[in-house]
Each structure stands twice: as structure tokens, then as C-alpha cells.
Design a protein around this ligand. Structure first.
Ligand SMILES: [Zn+2]
Length: 265
């Protein structure tokens, strides 16, 4: 299984899942918000679209589906579209939720669906445990950050992030945006003493200077540097309390306050 990035809009990544063998041209796309970027990629790589995986209803994740299906119809391609059962999204052929399996038989891989509400009410992620773990998490977990709480509560989002951080540390995390650098600028205000964060920020700066993607990240890295996975950390809590002038009794309060600080950063 190979995963390729298709950059779209100003900072989205659409992920293409396909075989690394040239005789297998079938391909899945995760959150194809931009059809023309996808079609250019499929053409260039000689790939045939077979599956679309959608994580949530936002337009920058779903906007290309209709045009891709029209193109597929013209080509005689049969495309299956998976998406969250708790959201209203057009063109989905298979509604899925927690524990459902998505089989990509053409590359011999099965993904399991994880419910991760918070950014949106029905947001889902797709996880595969082969190759040390592969996660497509849409706008739930970013490198150094997490999605805004448009439809869910801090409790829901923290529970969702806890589920993702409980995956094997080696899991590669494919999120949908290149937000890393801006996230780390904020993260440093929350954990100025975190040496792993400082080190990671230097590495990220180097990559971005060369216009290289910082994604995929990993659960191991995010557990060390992402303030939204570290609400239980005492030094982090002390700093958030210092910044807001409040006192927090639980991790979810720390998380909610951190999210609010980021919204206003
Ligand atoms: Zn979104």
C-alpha cells in the first residue's frame, strides 16, 4: 500500500491510497475536495478511481465528489463512496460508523472506522493496522493541533483525540491540512519548556523551507508535542492556568481552555 499526497486549495492534502505495483491501477481517494487536482493526479499516475473515503461533510473534503463520479461514469469506472452515517452528505453509497470495516480488496487492505465527533457531529476516521498503522483523520488531529469545535463539545473532542492517541505509537497520521508550522507557534506558548517540541519545530521549519509536507506525522510525535493530546500534563496545565488566570480541575477543562486560547491566537 502506498499513500500519496495531492495538494489542494491553499493547505489541504487529499490522500491517494494505491498499490506501489504498476500493474495495479486501482486507487482510493480520501476527502477529495478538489476534483481537478485529483484528476490531474490520477491521469499523471495512470490510476483508476475505485473508492472514495469521506471523513466529514465540509466542502473542502467533499466538493470534488460529484465531478469525480461524473468522470468515473464516463470512463466506465465503478466507484464506491464511504462516508459518516451521522452526517448528511450527497453521493455516499456506504454509510459507516464506529467499528465498521472498509475493504479495499484491490490492495488487500481493510480499514476500520472510528467515530471522532468534535470538529463536526459525525466526523469519522479510517484506521488500518498493517505497516505499523495508518490513520486518515480528516480535521480531527493535526500535527501540533486539532480541528476547531464547530459542532461538538470539548468533552467529545477530547474523547475522540484520546481514542486516536491510544492507537499504536508507530501509527502514521495523515491529516487533511498543512497547518503544522502555525500550530507549533501556538504550541510553544503553551509548553515553552518542551524540548521535544522545540526540536520538532526546527525540523518542521526545515521541511517547510524546502516546501516539503510535514504530514504524515505519527502518534508518537504528537503525544510528545501536541498540546491537545497533553491536557493531562501538569506543566501544561500550569501554563494554561497562568495564561487564562483560571484554575482547572480536570483535563477536559484544560483542553477546552487550550482550544479557546488557540481560537483567539
Ligand atoms: Zn473540516
Amino acid at each position: 500500500m502506498q499513500v500519496s499526497a495531492i495538494p489542494a486549495f491553499s493547505d489541504n492534502y487529499i490522500w491517494a491510497i494505491h498499490s506501489s505495483s504498476a500493474d495495479n491501477s486501482l486507487c482510493a481517494l480520501v476527502d477529495p475536495g478538489d476534483a481537478s487536482a485529483c484528476l490531474t493526479f490520477l491521469n499523471r499516475e495512470n490510476l483508476q478511481l475505485a473508492t472514495i473515503l469521506i471523513t466529514h461533510h465540509h466542502r473542502d473534503h467533499t466538493g470534488g465528489v460529484e465531478a469525480l463520479l461524473a468522470h468515473a461514469k464516463q470512463q466506465g469506472w465503478n466507484v464506491t463512496v464511504y462516508g459518516p452515517s451521522r452526517e448528511n452528505i450527497k453521493h455516499i453509497t456506504h454509510y459507516v460508523g464506529e467499528g465498521d470495516l472498509v475493504e479495499l480488496s484491490y490492495i488487500n487492505q481493510t480499514f476500520s472506522v472510528i467515530d471522532v465527533p468534535g470538529h463536526t457531529r459525525g466526523h469519522i476516521a479510517y484506521y488500518n493496522d498493517s505497516q505499523a498503522g495508518t490513520l486518515f483523520c480528516g480535521d480531527t488531529l493535526f500535527s501540533g493541533g486539532c480541528g476547531r469545535l464547530f459542532e461538538g463539545t470539548p468533552e467529545q473532542m477530547l474523547a475522540s483525540l484520546n481514542k486516536l492517541s491510544a492507537l499504536p505509537a508507530s501509527t502514521k497520521v495523515y491529516c487533511a491540512h498543512e497547518y503544522t508550522q502555525a500550530n507549533l507557534t501556538f504550541a510553544r506558548t503553551i509548553e515553552p519548556e518542551n524540548s521535544q517540541l522545540i526540536e520538532y519545530e526546527l525540523k518542521v521549519q526545515e521541511l517547510r523551507n524546502k516546501d516539503i509536507a510535514t504530514i504524515p506525522t505519527s502518534i508518537a510525535t504528537e503525544s510528545q508535542i501536541n498540546p491537545f493530546l497533553r491536557s493531562h500534563n501538569e506543566a501544561l496545565k500550569a501554563q494554561v492556568q497562568h495564561l487564562t488566570g483560571e484554575t482547572y480541575a480536570s483535563a477536559v477543562q484544560v483542553f477546552a481552555a487550550t482550544r479557546l486560547l488557540k481560537d483567539n491566537f
